[in-house]
Each structure stands twice: as C-alpha cells, then as structure tokens.
Write a protein that binds this ligand. Structure first.
Ligand SMILES: NC(=O)c1ccc[n+]([C@@H]2O[C@H](COP(=O)([O-])OP(=O)(O)OC[C@H]3O[C@@H](n4cnc5c(N)ncnc54)[C@H](OP(=O)(O)O)[C@@H]3O)[C@@H](O)[C@H]2O)c1
Length: 383
C-alpha cells in the first residue's frame, strides 16, 4: 500500500488525484488532505477517504469541519493555516506528498515534505520556479525524488527513461497555444477573464488557465524543466501543438525524437507519478489514433505573448529573477481575474516589476521569501 498526502485536495489536480486513488483502492490510500477555503468539498472527501489528518486555511473552517465530522464519528487530527499545510506535508504515515497547491505558497510545505524525506509528486510548478536551485539541492541532500505531475514534464521524464543524459540534444516542450493563439495584438487587448478561462483542451484551476492564455504557464514550465532535468535553457525549445496530444518530446544527438502521446487527461500523469516505476491499467478514456485530425506544430509568437520571453530571460538570469517573475505574475493574474487590469497588462506588470528588482545570485530560502514579498508589493503599485 502506498500512503499519500495531498496538499490542495479540493483543487483540480487534488480532485483528479483522488479519482486515481478511487481506481486503485488496493494500492493507494490517502492519509492526509489539505485544502484552502472549500470546507464542504473537504468534508465530502473526509467522509469518503477517512484521512488521519486534515487541514484548512482558516481556524473557523477547521472548527466547522471538526463539528461536522464528529457527528459522523470520523475523527482525523484537524489543523489550519501554514502549520496545517506543514503537518499534512510531514504526516508520519505518508510516503508520497502530492503538491497540488497553486502558487509559490507551496514552497514552504514542499520544503518541509522534502526534509521529512517524503517522495514528492510535484504539480505545484511555482515552487520550482521560485526556488529551483534551493529545492533541487534540498532534495539531493535528503535523497528525495521529485516526480513530475505536470503532463509535459511527465512526458519528458518518460521519454528519457533508460536514456543517457549525454545523448540528449533538446527538450521539445509542447504548448497548446491557449485560447488566443489566433488573435492579433489588438484583439488580445480586449480579452476578458470569462474568455481567458475557456481553455480549448484542458479543464484546470483559474490561475493556471490564465497562465495558459498568456503563455506564462509555458514559461514557468521551461524553468520547471530546467530544474527537473538539469538542462540549459538553450536546450529547451517550446513548440506550439494546438491539439495537445503530444505532451512533449525529447530530441537526441543522433536525430531521433521520442514523443509521449495520450489523451489530454491529467489523471494519466498523476497516476504515473504514483505508480512509478510501474504502470497500471486504468479505465480512463484511451486515445484513438485514427480519430485524430492531424497533429500540427508551429513556433510560439512572443511578440503577441511576451510572457514566454520574460520567463526565458528571468530563468537565464537565475537567482532572484524567477522569484520576481512568479510573484508579480501571481499578483497580475489575480488583478486580471478581479477585473482590475487588462489582459496585456499581465506581462507588462511582470516586466516592470522585474526591471525594478535588486538582483541576488544564489538566494537562500529566507531571501527568496523576502524577495517574493517585495515583488508582490511592487507589482501591486502597477495596478
Ligand atoms: N489543473 C491542472 O490541470 C494542472 C496541470 C498541470 C499543473 N498544474 C499545477 O498544479 C497546481 C495546482 O493547480 P490546480 O489547477 O489544481 O489549482 P486549483 O484548482 O486552483 O487548486 C488549488 C488548491 O490549493 C488550495 N489552496 C489555495 N490557497 C490555499 C491556502 N492558502 N491554504 C491551503 N490550501 C490552499 C485550494 O483550496 P480551496 O479550493 O479549498 O480554496 C485548492 O485545493 C498549480 O501549480 C498548477 O500550475 C495544474
């Protein structure tokens, strides 16, 4: 039996992780669940999965949950706030922690899980963007494996299985191009949150859906790939593939390209992170190759989607630049969703914040957290 803790169990990845758990009750068991404000969903999850430990963002919600669960004689330990997330991340019974929180708030609990020597199934890419160097070192020192959940990184990981690092020429990271691939710059100025939240191929949480529309998500994934696979930025290429059937590819020095194909269904990479090194048969829909209407590829247009170029530049600069990129983006995305700024202001705010920041080369955790706080304040000035 593999015992699992899920940070962000009420979100898109968290719920799909529980669907995977439902398919494999003989091998997967949930021992800890942590959520934010959705106490009703967490209550439902607790009644079904009977975890040993749960956490919510606020104390009052934790009290509410305790009362409800007591009535049903389900009595997990109940926590709240950052301490609660850390408790779930370090739950003694858990072997694997699925990090499905959204944003850099996942950083501290992920570090706690690594220090507690839990295997990490990483969905929360912002953690690696903000602190890739720090987290990679921490994982190496603690001999902890970070297994990717993001579909592109899971694909790359699977394409690299059994291959020698020296044979690798380039990672070809695929991108759907988002819902606005075909719009011109003028049309992009008029995009509303409702339009941006309609992703053509994937159903995801709000923040990543907006990031997909600006292509910042692909930029964050470039930085994530750098740290997961220890490659140079010049060896990571983004290719737009609107059908989202090839989840990424790896190109080798001999000219061979190995691609990973599958349905655009996050349950597949989530399952692989939990079953690794094995593969399990599941009942999720399968890809029918003869029903595909062609697979196409094109280069991304960074003049329309400057976020991707900003992310490459911040990644290459390293140090605190990706921390600032990520924090400013989180603030700008929230402001866009709240109707306070226009779509094209998102990359502009990120760029302005990056331009104003005082660069540090190899920040420690405290410095990363400090610059993250600074960047959020600075980004708010542009709203
Ligand atoms: N969704 C996808 O298909 C997908 C694919 C690849 C990678 N990812 C990555 O996976 C991560 C999660 O994405 P998502 O789409 O699942 O996000 P999401 O649907 O927004 O879910 C976020 C989760 O975090 C919880 N949360 C938010 N603030 C919290 C707080 N202060 N304390 C405790 N919990 C808090 C939410 O709880 P409540 O809902 O209870 O407030 C929810 O459970 C992101 O880093 C994303 O980039 C997602």
């Amino acid at each position: 039996m593999k015992y699992i803790s899920i940070l962000g169990s009420t979100g898109s990845i968290g719920r799909q992780t529980l669907e995977v758990v439902d398919q494999f009750p003989d091998v997967l068991q949930v021992v800890a669940l942590a959520a934010g404000r959705n106490r009703e969903k967490l209550l439902e999850q607790c009644l079904k999965h009977k975890p040993l430990l749960v956490s919510l963002q606020l104390e009052e919600d934790a009290m509410w949950l305790k009362e409800k669960l007591n009535k049903d004689k389900v009595t997990p330990e109940i926590f709240y706030g950052l301490d609660g997330l850390i408790a779930a991340a370090t739950c003694p019974e858990a072997a694997v922690v699925v990090t499905a929180l959204s944003g850099a708030m996942g950083l501290i609990p992920t570090c706690s899980a690594i220090k507690a020597k839990k295997q990490i199934a990483l969905a929360n890419k912002e953690t690696l963007v903000a602190a890739g160097q720090y987290v990679s070192k921490l994982a190496a020192v603690n001999e902890v494996q970070i297994l990717p959940v993001d579909s592109e990184h899971s694909a790359i990981w699977q394409c690299l299985n059994g291959e020698k690092k020296a044979a690798l020429r380039k990672i070809q990271l695929t991108a759907s191009g988002g819902p606005f691939r075909l719009l011109n710059r003028q049309e992009l100025e008029q995009v509303t949150p409702e339009m941006a939240l309609r992703h053509p191929n994937w159903s995801m949480g709000q923040k990543i859906t907006i990031d997909s529309a600006t292509l910042m998500n692909k930029g964050l994934e470039v930085i994530e790939a750098k740290w997961l696979f220890n490659v140079d930025y010049d060896d990571i290429n983004v290719v737009v593939h609107p059908q989202s059937i090839i989840h990424s590819m790896v190109e080798f020095g001999d000219g061979s390209i190995i691609a990973h194909l599958g349905m655009p269904d996050m349950r597949i990479p989530i399952q692989y992170a939990l079953s690794y090194p094995d593969r399990w048969f599941n009942r999720f829909p399968k890809l029918n190759l003869t029903e595909l209407n062609g697979l196409t590829f094109e280069a991304p247009d960074t003049s329309k989607f400057p976020a991707l170029a900003l992310a490459y530049a911040a990644g290459k600069q390293g140090g605190t630049a990706p921390v600032v990129l990520n924090a400013a983006n989180e603030v700008a995305v929230q402001a866009f969703l709240a109707g306070q700024i226009k779509f094209m202001q998102i990359p502009a705010i990120v760029e302005n914040t990056l331009n104003n920041h005082q660069f540090l080369g190899s920040p420690e955790l405290e410095e990363i957290l400090e610059i993250d706080r600074w960047a959020r304040q600075e980004a708010r000035k542009f709203i």
